[in-house]
Design a protein around this ligand. Structure first.
Ligand code: PMP
Ligand code: GLN
Length: 378
């Protein structure tokens, strides 16, 4: 069999979740909430189903939902986005990423990514014959040297993929970072895939620097978001892509072929639910409390924490406890202590060992307190 993805195995999230289940460990590995979705939102889905919203949605997504998204950008960022021509509803961020890459990448094109990188970027680029050029950033600050980025651009470079706030770096890029990116993108006429699924999980009153806020950058960018992260329903697989009119038209040519349209009743429900912009503000505060609970709970443990500025993850360095490789240490934590975390090394092409594990704090307080108690004794 002539595999198109010969190196691809089961991803690290599925692997660690399966191990957590096998050993009945607390799963702080894969990023998903263990608390319920708001029953009001569930009622809105069933109500849409009872009102016969059960057939194909329009190919670009329900107009009302796209209007809601445009309203969010108006009220949050004072930016106008055309809901008809610049927003497409997707089957989660994963499909939005896949479709963006499929839209842009021809065999031989180069794509710059920053590591540690979310797992689906590289294989998707390779599936379409692209070549990934990775820039490895180091814990704990994961600072970008923009000169290094500029030096990586060749005449084959077509796309730069960014993820801000970053999973698993938990960093939030500054306005200066985005301005530096914009300069490179404009100078070399590149495209940007800006994965912003953690846009509203951002702490300590930091401001999210969306790619749409920078006029010239926006003209080259596909901005991707996920309702799974926003509404605590990762299993619903709904998200969207924002791109300028001409780029959206190209994106939709591909979108039409691989999904055509996405789940109708859930689009109705989300559109009805997101009529209050306060929701977005409350979400950050809700999740920041969880982050702070873990930080305070582990303050006197032997783990060294990198406080997360964004996402619902934080990083734990265990160098004071062990010099084992990350996977060995993570496996012992699952098997002997009953807590599942994710090693950082698999997020790098050349597994960079930094004695660091990722912890997901999108969990009920009781789950976090149980995990804190265990981790304090390690
Ligand atoms: N990008 C990043 C950075 C993620 O962490 C995730 C996983 N939540 C996704 C994309 C995929 O999002 P979705 O579940 O909506 O496909
Ligand atoms: N985004 C989730 C994480 O980072 C996992 C998604 C998945 O399992 N593919 O943990």
């Amino acid at each position: 069999w002539n595999s198109k993805l010969p190196q691809q195995g089961v991803n690290i999230f599925s692997k660690m979740s399966a191990l957590a289940q096998k050993h009945q460990a607390i799963n702080l590995a894969q990023g998903f909430p263990d608390f319920p979705v708001d029953p009001k939102l569930v009622d809105l889905v069933t109500s849409a189903m009872h009102h016969q919203a059960n057939q194909y949605a329009p190919m670009p997504g329900l107009s009302l939902l796209r209007e809601r998204i445009a309203e969010k950008y108006r009220s949050f960022y004072q930016i106008n986005i055309d809901p008809e021509k610049e927003i497409t509803i997707t089957n989660g961020a994963t499909q939005a990423i896949f479709t963006t890459i499929a839209t842009l990448i021809h065999p031989g094109d180069e794509v710059i990514i920053f590591e540690p990188a979310y797992d689906c970027y590289r294989p998707t680029v390779e599936l379409f014959g692209g070549k990934v050029v990775e820039i490895a950033l180091a814990a704990p600050h994961f600072a970008v040297d923009w000169q290094e980025v500029a030096d990586c651009v060749t005449d084959r470079t077509r796309l730069i993929i960014i993820n801000n706030p970053g999973n698993p770096s938990c960093t939030v890029w500054t306005k200066e970072d985005l301005l530096q990116l914009q300069q490179i993108v404009v100078q070399h006429e590149l495209f940007v895939l800006s994965d912003e699924v953690y846009e509203h999980l951002i702490y300590d009153e930091k401001q999210h620097q969306s790619a749409v806020l920078f006029e010239d950058l926006r003209a080259h960018s596909f901005v991707i978001a996920s309702f799974g992260k926003l509404l605590h329903c990762t299993g619903w697989k709904l998200g969207y892509t924002i791109a300028p009119v001409a780029l959206t038209a190209e994106f939709r040519k591909v979108h039409q072929q691989n999904v055509f349209s996405v789940n109708t009743p859930m689009q109705h429900a989300i559109a009805a639910y997101l009529d209050d912009p306060n929701y977005y503000h409350e979400l950050s505060l809700f999740m920041q409390k969880k982050r702070d609970l873990v930080i305070a709970g582990l303050a006197s443990s032997r783990f060294e924490m990198t406080p997360s500025s964004g996402t619902y993850f934080l990083l734990l360095n265990y160098k004071a406890i062990s010099d084992q490789p990350e996977m060995t240490f993570a496996l012992e934590l699952i098997e002997k202590q009953g807590v599942a975390l994710i090693p950082l090394a698999p997020f790098y092409q050349n597994a960079k060992e930094q004695q660091t594990l990722r912890l997901c704090f999108a969990k009920k307080e009781e789950t976090l307190l149980r995990a804190i108690q265990i981790l304090n004794a390690v």
